[in-house]
Design a protein around this ligand. Structure first.
Ligand code: PMP
Length: 416
């Protein structure tokens, strides 16, 4: 008899039988409020009827077209639809299955397009677990320990983590940009630097929104040095932060945008977008994959984009995110162990800190576990595991946010 590998580490003990909207149900019919959304994937909620219908219909028509062999309509229609929501100029798209694969594709594209090797990332980054993406991942040594040597050519500069530094955002931003200039002067010469790869909100690294001035500083340096600005919107894209793309909180336009997770409501699909002039510099046929741009996943993504538009889910993410942030702050006010509450839209987190200022992962873990025992599914993040994050689906309503906050307040009281 085969068993699942002990490699697998599961955040909750739940056996999910069925999902509907913001809820998951286990085999006994117990209902959970799912504020993990499959790690930010089920953007339209579990099994949105329009997504289910689109996938069902496509599955009965053409499941797999294989884009390096034949083209199919869902891929063409999705490309047209993404053209409506992508930043101006990012008019050329290439599809893969996962966030990591899209990051790998972006690394290759940046190297081809610039003829340079190095990639600069920002401390606390998470870009994936494949070997190239792992080299760009600095959200925790657990993602890289013992698997090296990793891809050479990655350099790390600070991300403005103001709470961790104990500074305000402006100070943290000035420091981070000064240190980036130092990295360019000491470690990765501009002439060797293909790209900056950055998340608009550090995700796995602890839910730290990038101050707009930081992203704008990256844009300015990218322009000055001919470096590509690659925005990893795998977790922040498709409405998650209360804008369609997370970088829209700043006055910047990326050169390459990476999207995955929420794009297809749970079907595996990712994409990189860039100006045609940048894509043209990659060698045709240098990228590909058996499953990229799968027809059913594309149909689900098309339905997702329609639902996001028709149900006003970007505005809902902003509205419910503000409500969630407010409520989390109230819980934190009652519990000094929560040292910081932060987030953008429906990426919200509470950071647990001991009285001596050290990360308090033990209390965070107890609160996380108590929440799931009470029927609220959450995730932790951050290099020290002391941040509890909430990523509900974009369809979440005010009553569900309030219910989650009530469960969270009780879970924190259980944990302290
Ligand atoms: N980039 C970011 C910002 C992510 O949050 C993730 C997944 N957590 C990835 C890349 C990797 O995506 P995947 O797990 O689909 O490979």
């Amino acid at each position: 008899m085969a068993t699942l590998s002990p490699l697998l580490k599961q955040a909750t003990p739940v056996l999910a039988e069925r999902g509907e909207g913001a809820y998951l149900y286990d085999a006994e019919g117990r209902r959970y409020l799912d504020f993990t959304a499959g790690i930010g994937v089920t953007s339209t909620g579990h099994c949105h009827p329009r997504v289910v219908e689109a996938a069902r219909e496509q599955a009965g028509t053409l499941i797999h077209g294989q884009y390096t062999t034949v083209m199919h309509r869902p891929l063409l229609r999705l490309t047209e639809a993404l053209g409506e929501v992508l930043p101006d100029g990012l008019d050329s798209l290439f599809y893969l299955n996962s966030g990591s694969e899209a990051v790998e594709a972006a690394i290759r594209l940046a190297r081809h397009a610039t003829g340079r090797q190095n990639i600069v990332v920002f401390h606390g980054s998470f870009h994936g677990r494949t070997m190239g993406a792992a080299a760009l991942t600095t959200a925790g040594t657990k993602f890289r320990a013992g698997i090296g040597p990793l891809m050479p050519g990655a350099a790390v500069a600070p991300f403005p983590q103001s709470y961790r530094y104990g500074w305000d955002e402006d100070e943290a931003t000035r420091f981070a940009l000064r240190e980036l200039d130092y990295v360019l002067a000491t470690t990765s010469a501009p002439a060797d630097t293909a790209a900056f790869v950055v998340e608009p909100v550090l995700g796995e690294g602890g839910y730290v929104p990038a101050p707009p001035a930081f992203l704008e500083g990256l844009r300015e340096r990218a322009d000055r040095h001919g470096i590509l600005l690659v925005m990893d919107e795998v977790q922040t894209g498709v409405g998650r932060t209360g804008r369609f793309w997370g970088h829209e909180h700043a006055a910047v336009r990326p050169d390459v945008l990476i999207t995955a997770k929420g794009l297809a409501s749970g079907f595996p699909l990712s994409a990189i977008a860039a100006p045609t002039a940048v894509m043209e510099r990659a060698r045709p046929g240098s990228q590909g994959g058996t499953y990229g741009g799968n027809a059913v996943a594309c149909a689900a993504a098309l339905a997702t984009l329609e639902v996001v538009r028709d149900e006003g889910l970007v505005a809902n993410a902003e509205r419910q995110g503000a409500r969630l942030n407010d409520g989390l702050r109230k819980v934190a006010a009652d519990h000094p162990v929560i040292g910081d509450v932060r987030g953008l839209g429906l990426m919200q987190a509470s950071e647990f800190t001991a009285p001596d200022g050290e990360p308090d992962a033990a209390t965070a873990a107890r609160a996380h576990r108590a929440a799931s025992d009470r029927g609220l599914l959450l995730l932790t993040c951050g290099a020290f595991g002391n941040v509890v994050r909430m990523i509900p689906p974009l369809i979440v309503d005010g009553a569900q946010v309030d219910a989650a906050l009530e469960l969270w307040a009780a879970a924190v009281a259980d944990a302290v």
